[in-house]
Design a protein around this ligand. Sequence first.
Ligand code: ADP
Ligand code: MG
Length: 260
Amino acid sequence: MTPVVSAKGLGLTYRTRESEVVALSDVDLDIGKGDFVSFIGPSGCGKTTFLRVIADLEQPTSGSITVNGLTPEEARLKRAYGYVFQAPALLPWRTIAHNIALPLEVMGIPRAEQQARIARTLALVNLEGFADRFPWQLSGGMQQRASIARALAFDADLLLMDEPFGALDEIVRDHLNAELLKLWAATGKTICFVTHSIPEAVYLSTRIVVMSPRPGRVIDVIDSDLPAERPLDIRETPEFLRLAARVRDGLRAGHSYEES
Ligand code: ADP
Ligand code: MG
């Protein structure tokens, strides 16, 4: 089966007038259909850059990448992915329903179909009944759920999520982690998820990609052997703690590489 994302020797160097920043270097990675892949690594290691390359928002400077077997540009034109940003980025003067509708309007989706998608995605993130509220009437966690609904409304098989819960407190984050897993199981989507949190990465993922500090390289790819069904207290099991320790070791190894 064609991988959803396939990167080979992928590199990206940002060139500004004064300097060059090597954000990604020699990344080889295949992401299969239905995988939940987390990217974890220190700030500035190129996690956002990698999602942006998948989304055709940045062009690699070396190597190659395909999305559903196509170039990122072709995949973007076919609307292959939904993107959830670190901040909810909802327009304050639009209701939740109208925020979700905005990209659908741009895409020229007929109004009835827009309404159907809004209702379906709001139900998926448990925000039925909030369609006519404004973003500022919702808590941070609810706003982030609304922005997930907006990304889901594209109806793409691939969901790119850049630290979507990073700004939320731990209790809300726990709750949204559990909900996201259910949503992933219910929809069968492929998810690329960026996080700083080891427990979040281990709890959510089928695969964990550990990245080194700049230039971002993949230092470990961990296939999780946790069962699909994951109550939150799975985080106290030996299997979970073993995976978390391996992620931590990888992050530490990456750091010593940087310092040597
Ligand atoms: P992460 O998401 O892992 O924190 P990023 O992918 O945002 O890292 O950034 C990787 C590196 O590239 C950082 O050092 C960052 O400062 C740099 N960078 C990101 N975007 C640009 C840009 N448009 N121009 C120049 N440097 C950039
Ligand atoms: Mg980032």
